[in-house]
Design a protein around this ligand. Structure first.
Ligand SMILES: Cc1ncc(C[n+]2csc(CCOP(=O)(O)OP(=O)(O)O)c2C)c(N)n1
Length: 353
C-alpha cells in the first residue's frame, strides 16, 4: 500500500504543518465546502419533490473538486464531466445556472462567455481528448492558460482516457488530468476496473509526472494541483493525479447504492473520513470554530441556495417547440423526422390540457 500525499489527516491532525495555509484561509475553504455540500444535498431533495431532473451528486468529493479547481487562475479552462458540479461551482458557475442545467432548461446550457468552461460531458472519458485539444490550442497560440479536467476511475478504462493523456503528453500541452477514484463506477468496484494497484502509475507510461493524493484532504489536493498547474504553465506539459476519495451519495438521484455496497462501508467514510469533517475538527481544535459558527454558516448556505432557487424558479419555462433546436446547427433528415413527432406530441398534450 502506498501512502497518499496528505497535509490534514482524517482526524483533523496536521501531518505537514509547513504546508497548511493560514487559519483564515482554512476557514474560507471550509465555508466553500459547506456551501457545496449544501447545494448538492438540496438538489437531491428537489429531485425527490419532482423539481429536479436526474442529478449525479458529488457529495464526499468536495475536497477533490474544490481543492483542484482553486489551483486555477483567472482565464484558465475547466473541462468537466457530470460528477463535477462541485468543480464547476468552485470555478464560478452560478448556483442558479447549475439548477437550471440539471433541470434540463436551455437557459442553464449556455455557459457564460466570461467562464472558460467546456460543456459538461456525460459520455464517459471524452472530456480528456477535449481537454488535450484545448490545451494544445492554447500552446499553439502561445497563450498562458492551463486546462484542468477530471475523470472517474471507471473512465480510465475507456480509450479516450489514453487518447487524451497521450496526446497532451506528446504535445507537452498545458493540461492537468485528475482521476477522482471514488471507489465505484456505478456498481463496479475499483478492484474490477483494472489489474493495476494504482491508476496514477500510468503516468510513467506517458512520460509525465503522476501523483497519489488523499482526495479527501482539500489542502493536499490543492498543493499538488497547484504544482501541476504551475508546471503546465511553464510549458513542461501535463500531469496525472489520482485522488483517493469516496462517493458518499448514490451514483445519481436514480440509483440505490444498497444494491452494491454495504451501509457499514459508507458509514465508515461518512463518520471518519468525510472531507468536511476534518477541516471542521482542525478549526475547532484551533479555537477558531464552534457550533454557533457552524449553525450560522449553514443558515447562510441555506439562504444563498434559496435565493438561487427562487431565481431559477422565476425563469420562464422553455419553449417545447425548441427542444431539438440545440442538437445540430443544420438539422439532419432524422432530426427533422423527430421534429415532426415532437410537434404531434405537443399538439396532443395541448389538446389534453
Ligand atoms: C461512453 C459511456 N459508456 C457508458 C456510460 C454509462 N455510465 C454512466 S456513469 C458510468 C460509470 C462511470 O464511473 P466513473 O468513471 O468511475 O465515474 P463516477 O460516476 O464514479 O464519478 C457509466 C458506465 C456513459 N455515460 N458513457
Amino acid at each position: 500500500m502506498l501512502t497518499p500525499f496528505q497535509i490534514l489527516a482524517a482526524d483533523g491532525s496536521v501531518t505537514q504543518p509547513d504546508l497548511l495555509p493560514p487559519l483564515d484561509q482554512v476557514e474560507s475553504i471550509y465555508r466553500k465546502m459547506v456551501r457545496l455540500r449544501h447545494f448538492d444535498d438540496r438538489l437531491m431533495v428537489l429531485y425527490k419533490q419532482s423539481k429536479m431532473g436526474t442529478y449525479p451528486q458529488f457529495g464526499g468529493q468536495e475536497a477533490s473538486q474544490l481543492g483542484a479547481t482553486l489551483a486555477l487562475s483567472q482565464g484558465d479552462y475547466l473541462a468537466p464531466m457530470y460528477r463535477n458540479t462541485g468543480a464547476a461551482l468552485a470555478f464560478g458557475w452560478s448556483p442558479k445556472q447549475a439548477i437550471l442545467y440539471w433541470r434540463g432548461h436551455p437557459a442553464g446550457w449556455k455557459i457564460p462567455d466570461e467562464l472558460n468552461m467546456l460543456p459538461i460531458i456525460i459520455d464517459i472519458a471524452s472530456q480528456f481528448p477535449h481537454a488535450a485539444g484545448a490545451a494544445t490550442a492554447l500552446k499553439l497560440r502561445g497563450l498562458p492558460q492551463v486546462v484542468l479536467s477530471f475523470i472517474g476511475e471507471g473512465g480510465t478504462s475507456q480509450g479516450d482516457f489514453h487518447v487524451g493523456v497521450n496526446w497532451a503528453s506528446a504535445m507537452r500541452a498545458p493540461a492537468v488530468f485528475v482521476i477522482e477514484n471514488n471507489g465505484y463506477a456505478i456498481s463496479v468496484p475499483r478492484a474490477l476496473q483494472s489489474g493495476a494497484d494504482y491508476l496514477f502509475k500510468r503516468a510513467e507510461g506517458y512520460g509525465i509526472p503522476g501523483h497519489l493524493v488523499d482526495g479527501n484532504d482539500v489542502f493536499a489536493v490543492h498543493h499538488i494541483a497547484k504544482e501541476a498547474v504551475e508546471r503546465a504553465r511553464r510549458g513542461e506539459g501535463p500531469s496525472l493525479i489520482e485522488h483517493l476519495t469516496y462517493r458518499l451519495r448514490p451514483h445519481t438521484t436514480g440509483d440505490d447504492p444498497k444494491a452494491y455496497r454495504s451501509d457499514a462501508e459508507t458509514q465508515e467514510w461518512a463518520e471518519h473520513r468525510d472531507p468536511l469533517l476534518r477541516v471542521r475538527l482542525l478549526l475547532t481544535a484551533q479555537g477558531h470554530w464552534d457550533d454557533q459558527h457552524e449553525a450560522e454558516l449553514r443558515k447562510e448556505a441555506e439562504e444563498e441556495f434559496n435565493a438561487a432557487l427562487a431565481e431559477a424558479d422565476a425563469t420562464p419555462a422553455p419553449d417545447p417547440h425548441a427542444l431539438l433546436e440545440y442538437a445540430m446547427a443544420s438539422p439532419t433528415p432524422a432530426l427533422r423526422a423527430q421534429g415532426k413527432i415532437l410537434e404531434q406530441r405537443i399538439r396532443l398534450l395541448e389538446a389534453q390540457a
